[in-house]
Ligand binder design. Structure first.
Ligand SMILES: *Cc1c(COP(=O)(O)O)cnc(C)c1O
Length: 367
């Protein structure tokens, strides 16, 4: 039986093995383990890739969000609006930075609904965090307009959207700052944890860099108490190699997504993620929605096709957020969390594997 893995990082490594091996050996030979030229080189390459002036490598994507929020000079204890359909890291960063989470519902794009954002904003709101979920850009035109009208800062969670574009601009370059994750399974993944903050704001970049490195400006000169959240040299070297291949991998993801969308759009029992005009998704995931999720999942599994669920609980319904009592505010996120199913997408898929997924979905009994 044909197997269709959800992700295949071992395959990816084999496809770029000689480049990776020599990059890693270079870091070890020069003992540039934390900071140094390898990290600086990646930061400058990634800033250019996103289309911003500054990139600061940090320990992971959640820290990237938290460091931005802590460095924006927001009113302490204010509220930050976060979509209910996301990974917990988005909301955790808000609380850990000293702010309060206000969950907001999503629309058919599964990203923040601008109309719901208007309703979520109150006198305590200081910022909004659009999450470009599954790789699909949020409606940044509407979000920026609302933020400007209400005096809010905009922090983009780009953890799933490396290279995604909104009206010709890459995500992360649109709001006040963007946070990326380089967790191994992300579209641009390190060989361990990693993350980055991107921005055009020089002083914000400087504060983030200091905060992520013990509030340091010189070796033993510390202006304030920061923390330790740095990108290490080995990860930066791996990321520099992978960044050279990212556009090609993303192009393959887009090709697969188009084939899926053409074939699955006509299956009445499946709903697909809606997409704004003039956007390019990074297609980190390919979610479909069905009321028969468990049955479909086992049908796919019996045909060798791996699937994922992103996410089984809307954030307000997690035990971690029960005390907020906000789960009634986000009915769409709540009901879609039991219907969403992610099918395999990635540069590792062959045309035959994609056809096998489509054939299995087309012949499934979804009544
Ligand atoms: C992965 C992810 C994060 C967190 O990134 P880490 O590097 O794992 O800390 C935050 N938000 C979203 C939407 C993510 O997918």
């Amino acid at each position: 039986m044909m197997r269709v893995p959800f992700l295949d990082l071992a395959w990816q490594y084999q496809s770029i093995k000689s480049e990776i091996d020599s990059a890693i050996a270079g870091v070890i030979t020069s003992a540039g383990f934390v900071g140094g030229p390898t990290v600086a080189e990646f930061e400058s390459n990634y800033a250019a890739y996103v289309g911003v002036d500054y990139c600061v490598g940090v320990g992971n994507g959640t820290d990237a969000l938290e460091l931005i929020l802590k460095s924006l000079d927001l009113r302490p204890g204010g509220e930050v609006v976060v979509p209910a359909n996301s990974f917990i890291g988005s909301a955790e960063a808000v609380t850990n930075a000293g702010f309060r989470v206000r969950f907001c519902d999503v629309d058919e794009s599964y990203t923040l609904d601008p109309a719901e954002l208007e309703r979520a904003i109150g006198p305590q709101t200081v910022a909004v965090m659009p999450v470009h979920l599954y790789g699909q850009p949020t409606d940044m035109g509407a979000i920026l307009q609302i933020a400007a009208d209400r005096g809010l800062r905009v922090v983009e969670d780009c953890a799933q959207a490396h290279g995604a574009e909104f009206r010709g601009r890459r995500v992360g370059s649109i709001g006040d700052a963007g946070a990326f994750s380089f967790y191994p399974g992300k579209n641009l993944g390190a060989y361990g944890d990693g993350g980055a903050v991107v921005t055009n704001d020089a002083s914000l970049a400087q504060r983030v860099r200091m905060m992520a490195n013990h509030g340091r400006i010189g070796k033993y000169e510390h202006e304030f108490e920061g923390r330790n959240s740095r990108l290490d040299g080995l990860q930066a070297a791996v990321l520099t190699v992978k960044l050279r291949h990212l556009d090609q991998w993303t192009a393959r993801r887009r090709e697969v997504a188009e084939v899926y969308t053409d074939a699955l759009g006509s299956i009445a029992a499946l709903s697909l993620q809606s997409r704004l005009p003039d956007t390019l998704s990074a297609h980190h995931l390919y979610p479909i929605r069905t009321s028969q999720r468990e049955r479909l999942r086992s049908d796919l599994s019996s045909q060798g096709i791996a699937t994922g669920i992103h996410y089984p609980f809307a954030l307000p319904r997690l035990a971690a957020y029960a005390h907020l009592g906000q789960s009634d505010l986000t009915p769409r996120s709540n009901s879609w969390s039991v219907e969403l199913l992610s099918i395999p997408i990635g540069e590792h898929l062959t045309d035959d594997q994609v056809a096998h997924v489509i054939e299995t979905l087309s012949s499934a009994d979804l009544a």
